[in-house]
Design a protein around this ligand. Structure first.
Ligand code: LLP
Length: 426
């Protein structure tokens, strides 16, 4: 993918790193560290760029809340006209709380419980994405019991070959747990079409995440279009063609996705089908907007390794240890020079690292580091392991900034623990 038009909101002024018009040092001073910082401008810019690229066909951009479901970011995106893609009753609650209209929400997920399906029906979301015959049956019984017609899309496993950044973020190949196996789709679609309690309104796929090539999209779109044509020929009242998420972010040397080529791959196909296009981007929208601020606590040379021990680690940012993911690390105010180090956190795990064997700006205890491209799947995957409260989240908009999520307190962490036990007799 080519053409890079998206700006990096993190720039240097007078030797230090700023996010838009706010100094990261000032944020760290006031909010403490570790802390997540996001650029509102970057969110808007990415949403607008994608929206403009898809202008050739009626379309809806449903931001995938799983990437980062914090209210402050949702507010920025909703104000832009962005919609929501949720995968749990919890995310549905967050979307509704942030003011997304029910018809601006789609509800997917491979393992929705009955009560979550019911919640989706009660809310009257635009679409419930159904991933199996068994789930269709539950949707049908619940819709019947409520006296409503459930509007659904079938999430199909396109069974395409995807060269993913990591096997854990591959989803759309044969044998993955997601979606209806390709060969089972006609029978399940027939069942949905025959049911008075179901409106089969769309087809959905998600080929994978951090897709650096358009090839799997092209293959998936063709496969989904073939299905759509077959169903339309049988009189299915399809309205939506959901191409999923997967647009990549720049972590290291990756190129930004060429949104023009992305649109050329999808728009004509969806136009020819006479359908509305849905996309569910998560990472593309929020990843590059975010940086994790952390302070160096110690430098320790041991066994030939030079460790920078910081106050953020795998509990704040799980991606390096879980996917061996790369995140650029730089000093907020570089002293000049660099060292080959392991940037690690305080967690009692050898797998607790942010960067390994990396040439990083020299830093001494007290110095601030910025860990980049952490807006997506950073805070959303944060842990409280080792009883470490979750970091605050800060939104920058021009020359203003605000905490959108406060730092968790120690009291928050033990709030659910019973102090006196209410035993029940067996
Ligand atoms: N739609 C569906 C059905 C998905 O499963 C996903 C992501 C998305 C949309 C949004 O995908 P995106 O545009 O963000 O690639 N925690 C991993 C990523 C897991 C993605 C799971 N599904 C990571 O940190 O890389």
């Amino acid at each position: 993918m080519g053409a890079r038009v998206l700006a990096n909101p993190y720039t240097r002024r007078d030797g230090a790193l700023w996010c838009e018009g706010v100094s990261l040092e000032a944020i760290a001073e006031s909010a403490g560290t570790p802390a997540y910082v996001y650029s509102a401008h970057a969110l808007r810019e990415r949403f607008r760029a994608l929206d403009a690229a898809l202008a050739g066909v009626p379309h809806r951009i449903h931001y995938s809340l799983k990437a980062n479901s914090s209210r402050g970011l949702l507010d920025v995106l909703r104000a832009e006209g962005c919609r929501a893609d949720v995968v749990s009753g919890g995310e549905l609650m967050r979307a509704q709380r942030a003011g997304f209209a029910p018809e601006h929400i789609i509800f997917g997920g491979v393992g929705k419980r009955r009560d979550e399906i019911r919640a989706g029906l009660v809310a009257q979301v635009l679409l419930l994405n159904v991933e199996s015959a068994a789930e269709l049956e539950i949707v049908e019984t619940e819709a019947q019991a409520m006296g409503v017609r459930a509007r659904i899309a079938l999430r199909v496993n396109p069974e395409v070959h995807v060269a993913n950044a990591h096997e854990f973020i591959a989803t759309g190949s044969r044998g993955h747990k997601f979606g209806i196996p390709w060969g089972d789709v006609p029978a399940i679609a027939a069942r949905a079409l025959a049911s008075p309690h179901i409106e089969l309104a769309g087809l959905d796929m998600h080929v994978g995440s951090q897709l650096l090539s358009l090839a799997p999209y092209r293959d998936g779109v063709e496969r989904l279009a073939e299905l759509a044509r077959g169903l339309q020929a049988q009189g299915a009242p399809l309205r939506f063609f959901d191409a999923g998420g997967g647009l990549p972010a720049r972590y290291d040397t990756e190129e930004a996705p060429d949104l023009g080529l992305f649109a050329e791959t999808i728009v004509p196909v969806v136009q020819a089908l006479g359908l509305e296009l849905i996309v569910e981007p998560g990472r593309f929208v929020v990843a590059e907007s975010g940086a994790l601020l952390t302070r160096v606590l110690y430098r320790k040379l041991t066994g030939g390794t030079d460790f920078m021990i910081c106050d953020a680690g795998m509990s704040e940012l799980l991606r390096p240890s879980h996917y061996d993911a790369f995140h650029a690390v730089e000093a907020v105010r570089p002293r000049g020079g660099s060292s080959l180090v392991d940037v690690v956190g305080p967690i009692c795990e050898t797998g607790d690292f942010i960067a390994r064997d990396r040439l990083v700006d020299d830093a001494v205890p007290g110095d601030l580091l910025a860990v980049h491209t952490t807006g997506a799947y950073g805070y959303a995957m944060a842990l409280t392991y080792n009883t470490r409260p979750r970091a605050p989240e800060v939104l920058v908009d021009g020359s203003r900034w605000a905490e959108i999520t406060r730092r968790e307190s120690l009291a928050d962490l033990v709030r659910l623990e019973a102090e006196t036990l209410e035993w029940k007799e067996a």
